[in-house]
Design a protein around this ligand. Structure first.
Ligand code: AMP
Ligand code: ZN
Length: 467
């Protein structure tokens, strides 16, 4: 499988550290509000990557954190007059609900920064011992950026250019040695959560959190580290500097970054009034549609969100689901029919769609092309469904379900039963049609429509749908 590695700016063949295993860390959200649809993009694309690796047989250890101590959380807590932990707990729970709706499976571990403070103090102490960090008199601890040779290797920035960019901002204080030095530990302010440390009562900087959680749950060197492209600099660059200086080994072999989601070609922002939470979208669309929409573009491309594109995602998803509905219906009708020799041959023909799907996913997780392969397969199924045996259709269905499952798209129908009065009405209408009382049949159909049940008469019999 080929992965575009931000570190080398090339597609590279993926070679795991340990055969058959994948260790992966994805930076998660800061939990001070409901997640927005931009936050959903890395969740969906990297969940899909994980699903594909599991489909290939990898044993995946997938870690994604919640940043539960941060200025924004504290600000929100002060506004509401509650403890910051109440805010973070509330929004972690809400985030998990959104993830479920989006079909994002829970990570193997979801560490929380506030539960990992000891590890952070340990790593900061190691960095100080090795000369990569220093504490100043108020207890702030800084990372000595220039001491780390590889600084800039992920973002492909030159350290002297970075320094020049900082010149006009102001003077370095007496104690902070360099503009490029970043905070590992900071003293508490009035009303903020804090922990004891050798330097002062305070809290960690954001970057150290991920270095420590990745080390604790996945080890010193991991296969893949991922997140949105805005995190390349400084967050991921600083994570590399911290982890590699402290552990003395490479941090991550591959770095994957998703492109940004824009709204009507503009950056999403509260001030522009084009800011949507996943919850907002769930009022208009089933969240599976949002997932399908996200996967219809390559994960590294910028993605534009608009009503038209969501509508087209919805109709694409409907096309796949209608095919699945049809299959289920026909399988039920033709339960006892065996597959013929020629159907066995036809099934072998569908290997080509699986191959196309896999080739697309092998090429840096190209979900857009993988979806095209599914559409081609759906077209093939629609052409072969008439008169086919139940056994053959079952095989086609299982294959469709397996491919959709890699994308986190659910085609199985939740077991739904109709109320007995609705069932009675459907039967009454069938009887009316049999007696050629079409006026009555139409009347019952309209009545059912009002009750939210749509009927479709097909050659195989009557089908119903909730609307
Ligand atoms: P944050 O809570 O801001 O740290 O973001 C959590 C994750 O969402 C990070 O991986 C970000 O890179 C990602 N992210 C934030 N905004 C967007 C966006 N508009 N499009 C794509 N990814 C985003
Ligand atoms: Zn991170």
């Amino acid at each position: 499988m080929k992965i575009f590695n931000t570190l080398t700016r090339q597609k590279e063949e993926f070679k795991p550290i340990e055969e058959g295993k994948l260790s992966m860390y994805v930076c998660g959200p800061t939990v001070y509000n409901l997640i927005h649809i931009g936050n959903a993009r890395p969740m969906i694309v990297f969940d899909t990557f994980r699903r594909y690796m599991e489909y290939k047989g990898y044993d995946v250890n997938y870690v994604s954190n919640f940043t539960d101590v941060d200025d924004k959380i504290i600000k929100k807590a002060n506004e509401e007059g509650v403890d910051p932990s109440e805010i973070s707990t509330r929004y972690i729970n809400e985030c998990k609900k959104d993830m479920e709706g989006l079909g994002v499976r829970p990570a193997t571990t979801h560490p929380m920064a506030t539960k990992e403070i000891d590890g952070m103090i340990d790593m900061i102490s190691t960095l100080i011992d090795k000369g990569y960090a220093y504490a100043v008199s108020d207890g702030t601890v800084y990372y000595r950026t220039r001491k780390f040779d590889g600084y800039g290797k992920l973002s492909h920035k030159n350290i002297d250019d970075l320094e020049a960019g900082h010149r006009d901002i102001g003077v370095v204080g007496d104690e902070k040695e360099d503009y490029l030095d970043f905070v590992l530990w900071k003293p508490k302010k009035e009303g903020e959560p804090y922990w004891d440390s050798p330097w002062c009562q305070g809290r960690p900087g954001w970057h150290i959190e991920c270095s420590v959680m990745s080390k604790r749950y996945l080890g010193d060197t991991i296969d893949i580290h991922a997140g949105g492209e805005d995190l390349i600099f400084p967050h991921h660059e600083n994570e590399i500097a911290q982890s590699e200086a402290a552990n003395g080994v490479p941090f991550a072999h591959y770095w994957m970054h998703n492109g940004f989601l824009n709204i009507d070609n503009k950056k999403m922002s509260k001030s522009l009034g084009n800011f949507f939470t996943v919850r907002d979208i769930s009022e208009k669309y089933e969240l599976q549609v949002l997932r399908f929409f996200m996967l219809s573009a390559h994960y590294r491309s910028p993605l534009n969100f608009s009503d038209e594109l969501m509508e087209s995602a919805k109709s694409g998803l409907d096309r796949i689901r209608e095919c699945a509905d049809n299959l289920r219906f026909c399988i039920e009708q033709r339960k006892d029919t065996q597959e013929s020799e020629s159907e066995n041959g036809l099934f072998a023909e569908t290997d080509v769609f699986v191959k196309k799907f896999e080739d697309a996913m092998e090429d840096d997780c190209n979900t857009a092309d993988a979806i095209s392969a599914i559409f081609e397969y759906v077209r093939y199924i629609n052409q072969h469904i008439d008169g086919a045996s139940g056994a053959f259709l079952q095989r086609l269905y299982d294959r469709l379900s397996k491919l959709c499952d890699v994308l986190g798209i659910i085609i199985e129908k939740k077991e739904e039963s109709l109320d007995s009065d609705i069932e009675a009405l459907i039967e009454e209408r069938q009887a009316a049609r049999k007696n050629k009382d079409f006026a009555k049949a139409d009347e019952i159909r309209d009545k059912l429509l009002e009750m939210g049940i749509e009927l479709k008469d097909t050659r195989e019999g009557v089908k119903w749908n909730r609307i």
